[in-house]
Ligand binder design. Sequence first.
Ligand code: PCA
Length: 328
Amino acid sequence: MKDMISKKVLSSLLGGFVLSFASNIMAAETWDMPLAYSATNYHSVIAKEFAEEVTAGQSDIEIVTHPSGSLFKGGEIYGAVRRGLAPIGERLVSALSNESPVFSIDAVPFLATDFNSAWNLYQASKPAMENILKKHRLKLLYSMPWPPQGLYANKPIDSVADMKGLKFRAYNPATSTIAELMGAIPTKIEAAEVSQAFATGVAESMLSSGSTGYDQKLWEHVDYWYDVKAWLPKNMVFVNTRAWEALSPETQKVILTAAANAEKKGWAKAESLSNWYKEELTKNGMTVAEASPTLKADFKAIGETMTADWLKEAGAEGQAIIDSYQAM
Ligand code: PCA
């Protein structure tokens, strides 16, 4: 509350002993922030830094992050924040494609295949994303990318035909569709469970960045990663509008500043780690390779089919986003 002495101010005024007594009577607000990815992943690290910046600033709240789907699993976070079960949370944008085709733009194959293009696509699609979030009584705080998506497999893959019958771990509707178009067998699995899925043979392949392979030590289960550069999906951090509106203007300002800092750091970090992840996969014994010309051509064809389907679904709004992206 605006005119209430915050827990933090009291803490510095009175010291820890009185604080524990004071928190019992004041209950300064703690915001739990569910995250889907491992604590050491840069998305989670930056979310934690964001939380610490808000907590340390002139704000009335303390934000505590909960990585690895420990508070809500990845698939539950969006609904939990919408319903106010958590005031704030993070979710992979393209995992929400069923909510709106606008969110699918995050994973249209080969539309944006490097960090610069991904940033432009983010800028072009941001107003439409914010609109959908607003309808869901949510507010976008920041968004940051994953490195380019490549193909993990437990055997060499020279063309899409080699994927036939392979169990494929999907993380959003687009990756499920790609699997089907390749003749692979998709199963939706959150990143936090990927290692187990490969260990138990539930998954034999997937499209993802070097980042998730590194976090999940996938070299223990698969030998190949092909640098397909299919797209760079993003996570976004959003807040429940009712929780947001209950905050003082000062607190809102602290959060917006911390969010802008997180976004800036996030884009730089993802780019600087991109090659490092590939090196780590190699160091740990994986074959990291360019996709063969045939595999590239096969993926391009799948990408074209999916882009056409997406444009049909997204209609004029989708076309307008593409137009403004391509004009950048
Ligand atoms: N890692 C996440 C999403 C995209 C990525 O690179 C995952 O595999 O779930």
